[in-house]
Design a binder for this molecule. Sequence first.
Ligand SMILES: [Zn+2]
Length: 497
Amino acid sequence: MAEKFFWADALADRIIKEKGDKKEYVCASGITPSGQVHIGNFREVITTDMVVRALRDKGKKVKFIYSWDDFDRFRKVPKGVDKGYEKYLGMPISDIPSPFNKGMSYAEFNEKEFENSLKNVHIEPEFIYQSEMNKKSSYADLIKLALGKKETIVSILNKYRKEPLPKDWLPIMIYCKKCKKDTTKITSHDGYNISYKCECDSEQTVDIRKEGIISIRWRVDWPLRWFYEKVDFEPGGIDHSVHGGSFTTAKEISKQVFGFEPPIYQFYEWISIKGGDAFSSSSGNATTLKEVGEIYTPEVLRFLFVGTKPRSAFEISFDNDVIKRYEDFDMLEKKYFNGDANPKEKRMYELSIIKIPKKKPEREGFRHLVSLVQIGKTDNLNQESKDRAEKAKSWIEKYAGDDIKFEVREKIEAGLTKKEKQVLLKLKEILEKKTYKNDQELFSSFYEILEKEKILNTEFFDIAYRAIIGKKKGPRLASLIINIGQKKVIKLLETIK
Ligand SMILES: [Zn+2]
């Protein structure tokens, strides 16, 4: 079958084959919102999204869940955040205020930004907040089970450790009821009852079915949730995927402690950013999905990820290659609608686009829009192109190279040589002669200037660019003139002194 060529379809086939025919498949992903969610983390969720869509395209019912690990402890005060935040160290990130928005928790602020950006690229999973799950004591029975099989867990983890875990190690931690911090030591446990002593001197015995203050350690938490949610597929970053890493131990714990066959797993490589010097200067902030979404439309953004298998690293361009990425997408779209796309390309297009249109959408090329935006002529565009023009505008403002940026002159600068004046007057004459239908036609008429003035085309372009935009290079000249408008260029050339 044709679709075997595409990675997400191959994964969907594998899930169906290994998990059997199911009423509903569960695909999961998750992130800790301990800071702004980096674009690299987006690969986690879009990898799942592609597999979800591939399964659905095969007629399967799929539940797409996304877990926010927001019951994690606040580990360190990030750069740029008030030192006063040190008082929150050790508390759950869902329970401390955001330094950026008084009405939200630290976790919620990071979660909402990412959730909104996800919506923009049409990824809408069912969000699960682990702080809520833990506060509701949803995992009480499984925690009891894990505590009962503590020795099994320890022996699995120790296989991959240089130093064995301490004798009193437990798969859980507990937040103190009084000071809210995890500066506690569990002194005994018996079934659902746990006794602890905190550094604040508080001593308590709690029933974990009633008190939602337990945090499960990551290496146990992961397989526990596979079992709880009955997960069939989940991707993981390369950091979790090394031998002996959390995926290795999660698999063993899943089978031996929870009796659950682990999900099909796909590791994904990191992505990096190319260009966009603005980032390095901005106090080490992470590049976020929101920032990428400011310069790429949803379908092109999705296309960047669809086109690379999860196990390969790739770069997201913020430099002038942004134009190329849009052109690659347009080429794919054209092939798709011409019927020239091979099976793999066909699937790449289908999974990049949100809803496949009946006929090819009319979109202006990004390169052209970059000119139109700078000339200020975007009023007559259709909606598809207007959306793109917005991205072009942000890109020019923030990241485009100087060779791309230009501004149309109000008048011709003084100090032209006699020869230069002659060339420009000849250009004016040509523009006054007729209204050109398109840039091709205008381009052909340039030969007249070259012949008459006995100059090379490079010389001509150089003179014209300097006169019109004050630079040695620019967008294709004929197209630039047509976009600015012949009349306006004639008016400009009338200012030659
Ligand atoms: Zn305490």
